[in-house]
Each structure stands twice: as C-alpha cells, then as structure tokens.
Design a protein around this ligand. Structure first.
Ligand SMILES: Cc1cc2nc3c(=O)[nH]c(=O)nc-3n(C[C@H](O)[C@H](O)[C@H](O)COP(=O)(O)OP(=O)(O)OC[C@H]3O[C@@H](n4cnc5c(N)ncnc54)[C@H](O)[C@@H]3O)c2cc1C
Length: 464
C-alpha cells in the first residue's frame, strides 16, 4: 500500500520546508521526507548555529574592548562547551519551530532516507521499514555537503569540516582555514576573536573572491589588522596529521613549498551536491557538473520532477533555496510566478567586519559593457557609526551612467548584512538614482550611508 500526495519533497532544508508550506497554503496534499533533522543544513549546521557562535565572539570582542566604552570588565573568559551548547540550543529551537510549522500546515513528515524509484514514486527507508509514497509532483531538495580535500579527509579530530568546527571538542590554538569564501572567513573571524592564532590560505589572488575587489582589499587589511594571517595565491600540497596537530605543506606564490604546524585545520573549499543514490540516473535526470539541471521554474528534464536549492547549483544560499521552492510550487499549482534569476540575490558574510552585496561588482558591470558611475561613502563620515564605535567600513554603489539603474551595491562594516536589503528592494523595484536620492533616511542611522553613497555617485555627497 502506498500513500498518495499531490507533492512529495525530498529534503527539508530551507528549500524543501518552505516549498512544503507554500504548497499547503495552495491546497496541495504534501509530504516531506527527511533523513536527518527538519530544517536541513541551514537551521541545524549552517546559517543559524554559525550566527549564534559569531554573536558570542562579537560580545567577547566588545567585552575585551569595554574600556573603549567607559566600562570595566576584568578577568573575562569563556567556557567553550557553554558557547557550543548555546549555538546547539538555538539550532534546536529552530528545528522544533519547523516541526511545528509542518504540523500547523498539515504537511506529512516522513522520516528516513528517500529515493525516487519512478518519476511519481519515492521509497523511504527507515531501519528495515520501507514506505512508498506516490505523488503527482516530486521536488528534489537534498542540498549539499562539505567538499573534502582530495588528499586529506576531514577526521573531526584535527581536520574539520564546518560540522566539526561548529562543535569543537577543544579550542584550536593555531588554526589553518583553507578557503576564503563566506564560510571560511566566518569561522576565521569567530576563532580569531576567541583567541586562536588563525591563518587563511586562498588559492585565488584575493579573499572573498566573489565580492567587489575593493571589498576584498578592505577585508584583507581589516582581518590582517586583527591578527589573521592571509596567504593568497597559495595552495596546499599535503596535510599530515601528527600526535600534536597537523603539518601543512603550503605552496606559496613563488611555487616554493614550506611546512607549517597547526593544531587544527578547517576545510572550507566548497560543497558537493547530494545527488547520489536518490534514483536520478535510472530516471535519466540530467545533471551539470554534479548539480541537477533545472529551468527558471525548477523543472528538470523529466516531467513532474523538480529540483531546488543547493542541489541545483550556485549561489549556495538559504534564501535562494527558499525562493526557488516558492516559485516551483506556485508554478505547479498553476499560478504564473516569474522565473527565478540570480541577478538580485544578496550575499552576506557575518564576520567582523561584516560584508554584504547585491548585483554586479564594478568590474563585472564594466565587463558587461556598462559605462558606470560609482559612489563610495566611508563609515567614518557617519555619525551613528562613530557613536557606535564602528567607524570602519564603506558603502559602494554602482550605477549605469546612462540610465541611472542601480547595477550593484557592496558594503563592508557593522550591520551591513541588515542594511543590504534596502538596495535589494530598490533593485527589485527597478529604482533609479533619482528616487534613491529623493528618499528620506532617518537620522542618525547607518542607513544614511546608503543615501550618501548614491549621492556620491553623482557628486552630491553631503558629509564628505
Ligand atoms: C557553515 C555554513 C554557514 C552557512 N551560512 C549561511 C548563511 O549565513 N546564509 C545563507 O543564506 N546560507 C548559508 N549557508 C548555506 C545554506 O545552509 C544552504 O544554502 C541551504 O541550507 C541550502 O538549502 P537546501 O534546502 O537546498 O538544502 P539543505 O539545507 O542542505 O537541506 C537538504 C536536506 O535534505 C536532506 N536529505 C538529503 N538527501 C536525502 C535523502 N536521500 N532522503 C531524505 N533526506 C535527504 C538532508 O538531510 C538535509 O536536511 C551556510 C552553510 C554552511 C555550511
């Protein structure tokens, strides 16, 4: 006997569970299959628990600098287990929240490992029990996992992936972070603020390589000033685990290989999509470099089978997964949603300082043939930033010189991950420089820098 649904979703990350809720809202009888914990990587091992850790390191940083604010804090310290427990508790609270949302929306949750055995059938294995689910539509939302180095598998003791780094058995004394994308930089920032001696190795010429070049350069200086060693244009030849730590063979810019000792290593070199053993090959579902190929409404090449989120490719972000889930389900339900595109998806890095961006970098805008007008406003010119003791950073805006279209915005500094949404909305509404300049920004706020940056692009900045 099999249960029959309008929609079955394989994987309950921010792609899958959000799609399930929207489907329920639209009246589809929906089931979701999860082998581990509801909420996926994002809630349990990604976005949320890292932000809980970063909040701790941020407060610890402020406590260490209490004097700057006229305060006294002596003998400050931390209990690593309690720090980790707080982060796990936050993840647990959100996992319970998703359980509640599934119940409220009458989505059937099926625990176990799922695989497609036909284009309308998923078999879920839990222990020696098998459940067959029939569905008119199936969404694959199985996400991704950390990529291992080809020559050294993460062992959880000395060589960590993000999962290990989030529940450290001990505090690293000398930490090597391999890869300077958002995940690498966030962990580097956390452990550095907690007192570890941190080195980042990056193969490309600059850290945070997808960001605007000026943002990468600023972050390079800011992190170096904080004591993090940054080795760009640098590769890794080998990692050898010893009794006391790890010996890394590091290949520098000049091709010279040197050895260095570390207590722990975090490997943050990207992700691998979870596409194995879920029945894709037998159904002939096309993939591209491991990711499932989809159109702008998440349709695969097999009718009735869809894919969303990390399993379909970059950007590997929770809000991208959720958005794709909603578009996919609305199309299934017969609504006519806009096809999704990646041009207006913000990206954030929650390090200290923070980084946030949307749209084209200045270089990419020029490569695309735009004549550009660029505005840049520093935090030091903003009253609120100075009052907060956060005068480090800038807001950069890139406009098309002919049309006034906001092509991109790039920010570095305190709270920019909250500010960026202003520009995302502006882009979504196809706002030009004229409307942005006419908009009144509350004083004193960090958001005034967003106004000043736009004014600056047209030679009209007030406070600089
Ligand atoms: C350390 C870290 C920090 C991050 N921080 C951020 C951030 O700040 N902001 C942001 O936007 N993104 C962040 N991300 C990325 C974000 O977590 C992912 O983009 C997001 O989780 C992708 O959602 P998803 O639904 O596609 O897949 P996932 O969240 O990976 O969920 C997939 C689910 O499918 C389940 N599954 C897989 N195969 C099967 C199967 N065969 N049967 C049953 N269940 C299965 C998995 O167990 C998992 O629960 C971070 C990631 C990491 C690792």
């Amino acid at each position: 006997m099999s249960d029959t649904y309008d929609l079955v979703i394989l994987g309950s990350g921010p792609g899958g569970y959000v799609a399930a809720i929207r489907a329920a809202q639209l009246g589809l009888k929906t089931a979701i299959v999860e082998r581990e914990r509801l909420g996926g990587i994002c809630l349990n091992w990604g976005c949320i628990p890292t932000k809980a850790l970063l909040r701790t390191s941020e407060i610890y940083h402020y406590m260490s600098h209490a004097k700057d604010y006229g305060l006294k804090a002596d003998n400050i310290g931390f209990d690593l287990e309690a720090v980790t427990q707080r982060s796990r508790k936050v993840a647990g609270q959100l996992n319970a929240g998703v359980k509640g949302l599934m119940k409220k929306n009458k989505v059937t949750v099926v625990e176990g490992l799922g695989a497609l055995t036909a284009k309308d059938t998923i078999v879920v294995t839990q222990g020696d029990q098998k459940t067959e689910l029939k569905a008119k539509h199936i969404i694959v939302a199985t996400g991704a996992r950390a990529r291992d180095l080809p020559f050294a598998k993460a062992d959880g003791k000395r060589i960590w992936t993000y999962r290990h780094a989030m529940v450290p058995p001990e505090m690293p004394t000398k930490l090597l972070v391999i890869g300077s994308g958002a995940i690498g930089v966030e962990f580097a920032s956390f452990y550095n603020d907690m007192g570890a001696d941190v080195t980042i190795v990056e193969m490309l010429p600059r850290i945070l390589p997808v960001e605007d070049e000026e943002v990468s350069a600023f972050m390079d200086k800011a992190l170096t000033k904080q004591g993090i060693k940054l080795l760009t244009n640098t590769g890794l030849d080998a990692l050898d685990v010893t009794d006391s730590g790890v010996t890394a063979k590091i290949k520098g810019k000049d091709g010279q290989v040197t050895s260095a000792e570390f207590s722990h290593v975090i490997v943050a070199i990207g992700i691998v999509p979870n596409t194995e053993n879920i029945g894709l090959e037998a159904l002939g579902i096309e993939t591209d470099r491991g990711h499932i190929k989809v159109d702008g409404h998440a349709r695969t090449n097999v009718e009735g089978v869809y894919a969303i989120g990390d399993v379909t490719g970059p950007p590997w972000l929770a809000h991208k997964a959720s958005h794709e889930g909603i578009v996919c389900v609305e199309a299934i339900a017969g609504l006519k949603p806009h096809a999704f595109e990646t041009w207006n998806i913000p990206g954030c890095t929650y390090s200290r300082p923070q980084v946030a961006s949307v749209g084209l970098t200045e270089a990419k805008a020029k490569d695309a043939g735009h004549e550009v007008k660029v505005g840049k406003f520093p935090f030091i010119g903003n009253g609120k930033a100075i009052a907060l003791g956060e005068a480090e950073g800038f807001v950069k805006t890139v406009f098309d010189a002919k049309t006034g279209e906001l092509l991109g915005a790039h920010m570095v500094g305190a709270e920019v991950t909250e500010l960026i949404q202003g520009y995302v909305i502006a882009r979504q509404l196809e706002t030009t420089e004229a409307e942005l300049m006419e908009t009144v920004f509350a004083h004193p706020t960090l958001s005034e820098m967003m106004h000043e940056s736009v004014l600056g692009a047209y030679g009209r900045a007030i406070h600089i």
